[in-house]
Design a protein. Structure first.
Length: 291
């Protein structure tokens, strides 16, 4: 097991799952604290990196596209402070961070985890029920229904219809855009058979987020709904590719040579101490079976 403990949080890896627990310091963002511990299966990882700085460094996880509803819903718009897949590392723990990176990379290598996109969520998303108040309203989600309630700052044209309750089966999509500078953001639900071009300020299926106040927690509502909607990749039409012609298929000798190169690489990793005797034996047996 590999573990790194920092004020920013604790990351633990048991060979199959990476657990990310946010710290309790004031510097840790409210979004990460509210999201709580994340269990990231090894199969959801595309890579890990460690960046050193003069006073502190940063561990960064890279997840496979489409594996996490939070990243799907936020579309890369989370700030570094709110990103749960980053960890600030003190300078005196650089060695531990580098060891942690090696453990993850070795596991990815041994399990031959692909880095391509997936068509199903591999993480569960934020827990429900969930309720967040921000901007001109409150968005609540219990796993089956979204309820939007308005406050005294809501535009009259939107508030006149009263609170909204949307069934998950009627929701075709969810968008979250954070406020940037003084520009307002929004949380918008696209309802089937009810398209609208109204700005969030007037859209009864949107919560407008004020530009002068940063309210990232609405991203959790978006992610919780996203996790229960059909996966975008699964609903997209799949293109059928014709089977390769005999002349395009790799010759058996080429496959054999690739496996032999794989054995030599494993031997180098074993001799350099990257792989233990047990890990080397398991990996070698897997390659020999393919031979």
């Amino acid at each position: 097991m590999a573990e790194i403990l920092q004020r920013d949080g604790t990351w633990t890896f048991d060979g199959d799952t990476l657990r990310l627990t946010p710290g309790r310091e004031k510097s840790v963002s409210l979004l990460r604290k509210t999201l709580g511990e994340l269990a990231v299966p090894l199969g959801a990882l595309a890579g890990i990196s460690f960046e050193q700085g003069r006073k502190s460094g940063r561990l960064r996880l890279r997840l496979r596209d489409g594996s996490d509803p939070l990243l799907q819903a936020t579309g890369g718009r989370l700030t570094d402070t709110n990103d749960p897949y980053q960890l600030s590392v003190d300078a005196d723990r650089y060695g531990v961070a580098e060891y942690f990176v090696d453990e993850i990379r070795n596991a990815l290598l041994l399990d031959e985890v692909p880095t391509d996109a997936v068509d199903t969520y591999l993480l569960a998303g934020p827990a429900v029920p969930l309720s967040v108040s921000a901007g001109d309203g409150t968005a609540s989600f219990d796993g089956d229904h979204v309820r939007l309630e308005w406050n005294w700052k809501t535009e009259d044209a939107k508030a006149a219809a009263g609170a909204r309750t949307l069934s998950l089966t009627d929701i075709a999509g969810v968008e979250w855009h954070p406020s940037v500078g003084l520009e307002n953001g929004y949380l918008r639900f696209t309802v089937r058979n009810a398209p609208t071009k109204a700005p969030p300020k007037y859209d009864p299926n949107s919560v407008e987020l004020w530009g002068f106040k940063k309210d990232p927690l609405m991203a959790l509502v978006a992610a919780a709904v996203q996790a229960r909607l059909p996966h975008p990749a699964a609903s997209a039409p799949k293109q059928l590719t014709p089977p390769p012609s005999p002349r395009d298929r790799p010759a058996p000798e080429e496959d054999h040579d690739a496996l032999l190169r794989r054995l030599r690489e494993l031997g180098d990793l074993h001799r350099s101490g990257v792989l233990t005797d047990e890990e080397f034996t398991m990996a070698k047996q897997a390659v020999l079976k393919r031979l």
